[in-house]
Design a protein around this ligand. Structure first.
Ligand code: ADP
Length: 586
């Protein structure tokens, strides 16, 4: 590791305690004995200078590399914007793989299946997550021409991917994550839907069933639909669409798995259909990609995109947000060039489409400060306004980059080229990620999610526990003279103040948690953000333990009707170990 030369005018950065724990465990470069060789200031400078250095490749750059490095640094050090974890871990290091999201094809032959296992292993080693469609694999027990034997089918091969993932730890800290997708008309669909019934099975995978519009129509009319052998396209069976849908809903109620994705809708928004069809997303569902495509993400911290003046009180700081969006798009576009991808085919795809995924975190914290309840029309309106702004400014920034550096190479054949909308530098600009670790670093609420609890114990990485109280909530209590240790104990126990009736009504309305919010509002929020997001939106629709199968069915239909690209429902207590849990949760 070369000693970093940090400019004298860069101020040393002090990060919060939780961020320091996470940085030390996962992000700092380490020596052979596992001791950190950098601190937070050095980390952010390493990333900022490596990403700014890409500017020198472009002749027409308007930015000085040195000034840009400082701008990138302060944007990260101020926690206004953070790139996805692999960029923080690997920028400016020999590994240099900076993207979080990959999709790999799985072809219907032993060679292709094991190529995919190998490529996934390489990606996991570098900190990325992988998504695959298994829909091309011939069904279980069908004949294998070359050997006269019978095929194992997608679910059996999935087990191999799961086991391989288990064995590869990313930099000794976290295991890889996968998305496994199967089309609803694959002959093995019922086995797939039931595959995660046993606790712990396929635990390195999220499963999603790819639903088509035809299937949804068949559910509506309670019609039969065909299961098709992907190998020879013969119809091998028919099932009743409504019955299959009911089982899907039942499984989601029991385990939260599988989720669903609307494949036709995803492909309707595919910016480059000439390059192929989208068949899968990344592990958490927010990034649909073509086979061999990768994407790097970054998130803007909305909780600090606020200004206060005497006339208007607290309001969104649109100017600051605009500046951060423009700088972030430039940063993410540079990340594409700075990244070293594990396969040449991936490099080729990535540099052809140049997809980036700029999103947000700290949305619930923004609403708290604006005194807007998450479950209100006002919040939905603001969600649309904020995301419309980010998408428009993000595209403007991408256009500006295209002027300097040229459009993405597939532009002419893209939907933008056909409509003469560009040229853009990037085939997609916006994605809303979960920001699982980024939000801990930034000290804000994650993605567009409401808080899971106002005060809670967060289990991270091998049993470590972090106790956190939302800072805006704490201030609100203090300002009203309500704060006491006893009250805080009660809140940590329950997570919510919904039924602490001696607290002011106004507080109980604004400081709502995931479980206080009606499923309908979870979903409407997802749909509001999706309306102005090029890729997809990571969101969990949380429902209480008592929610019924009917409730889940309603949510699935709403997701379909409101234009979401997929939906994940989580019923409290339906999994044995939850990533986030209040002391009192089941
Ligand atoms: P972070 O906050 O660490 O940047 P997110 O929670 O926003 O990450 O997840 C974004 C994407 O990063 C996921 O959809 C997935 O593609 C990838 N990812 C997240 N966690 C892992 C993991 N443990 N292994 C591999 N990829 C991951």
């Amino acid at each position: 590791m070369v000693e970093q030369q940090i400019p004298a005018d860069i101020e040393a950065l002090a990060v919060n305690e939780n961020a320091e724990i996470v940085l030390a465990r996962r992000y700092y470069r380490k020596d052979i004995d596992g001791n950190p060789t950098e601190d937070a200031t050095q980390l952010f400078w390493r990333v900022a200078s490596a990403i700014a250095a890409e500017e020198s490749k472009y002749e027409k750059t308007t930015a000085s590399t040195e000034i840009l490095a400082k701008d990138f640094y302060s944007m990260m050090a101020n926690m206004e914007f953070l790139p996805n974890s692999p960029t923080l871990m690997n920028a400016g290091t020999p590994l240099g793989q900076l993207a979080a999201c990959f999709v790999l094809p799985v072809g219907d032959s032993i060679e292709e299946i094991f190529d995919a296992v190998k490529h996934a292993a390489m990606i996991h080693k570098s900190g990325g997550g992988t998504g695959f469609s298994f829909s091309r694999l011939r069904q279980k027990d069908s004949r294998v021409g070359s050997t006269g034997g019978v095929a194992s089918g997608p679910v059996s091969f999935l087990r191999i991917f799961n086991t391989a993932t288990e064995q590869i730890k990313q930099g000794g800290t976290r295991r890889g994550a996968n998305m496994g997708i199967l089309r609803i008309d694959h002959p093995d669909i019922m086995e797939f839907i039931r595959a995660k019934e046993r606790e712990g099975e396929f635990n390195n995978f999220n499963f999603s069933v790819a639903l088509t519009e035809d299937f949804m129509k068949a559910v509506e009319n309670s019609e039969d639909y065909d299961l098709v052998d992907p190998h020879n396209l013969e119809v091998v069976n028919t099932l009743n669409a409504r019955e299959v849908f009911e089982i899907l809903v039942q499984k989601a109620w029991e385990k939260g798995d599988p989720g669903i994705v609307f494949l036709d809708r995803i492909n309707r928004d595919n910016p480059t259909p000439a390059l192929g069809e989208i068949e899968s997303t990344n592990p958490c569902g927010e990034q649909p990609l073509l086979p061999y495509e990768a994407c790097n993400l970054g998130s803007i911290n909305l909780s600090i995109m606020l200004a206060e003046d005497e006339k208007n009180g607290i309001s969104v700081d649109w100017d600051r947000l605009r500046n951060v969006v423009h700088l972030s798009v430039r940063f993410l576009d540079n990340v594409i060039d700075a990244s070293r991808y594990p396969l040449d085919r991936i490099t080729e795809m990535v540099t052809t489409n140049r997809k980036i995924g700029l999103g947000i975190m700290g949305w619930a914290d923004m609403l708290f400060q604006l005194n807007i309840p998450y479950n209100s029309q006002e919040a939905l309106n603001l969600a649309e306004k904020v995301m419309e702004f980010i998408q428009a400014e993000g595209r403007a920034a991408s256009k500006q980059l295209a002027k300097e550096r040229g459009a993405f190479p597939a532009y002419k054949d893209s939907i933008f080229g056909e409509r003469d909308l560009g040229p853009y530098r990037n085939a997609t600009v916006t994605t809303i990620a979960p920001t699982g670790t980024l939000s801990i670093l930034a000290g804000c609420s994650s993605g567009i999610e409401p808080l899971f609890a106002l005060s809670f114990a967060r289990h991270v990485m091998d049993g470590d526990k972090l106790v956190e109280t939302n800072p805006f909530f704490k201030t609100a209590l203090e300002e009203r003279g309500c704060y006491s240790e006893k009250l805080m104990d009660a809140i940590t126990e329950k997570g919510t103040i919904a039924d602490i009736d001696y607290l002011p009504e106004e507080l109980r309305k604004v400081y709502v948690t995931a479980m206080d919010i009606e499923a309908e509002y979870h979903l409407k929020m997802q749909a509001a953000f999706q309306k102005y997001t090029d890729n997809a939106v990571s969101k969990t629709v949380n429902v209480p333990h008592e929610a019924t199968v009917d409730d889940i069915r309603t949510i699935y239909w709403m997701a379909y009707e409101q234009g979401c690209k997929g939906v994940t429902v989580y019923r409290d207590g339906s999994l044995q170990s939850q990533v986030l849990c209040t002391e009192g949760s089941k």
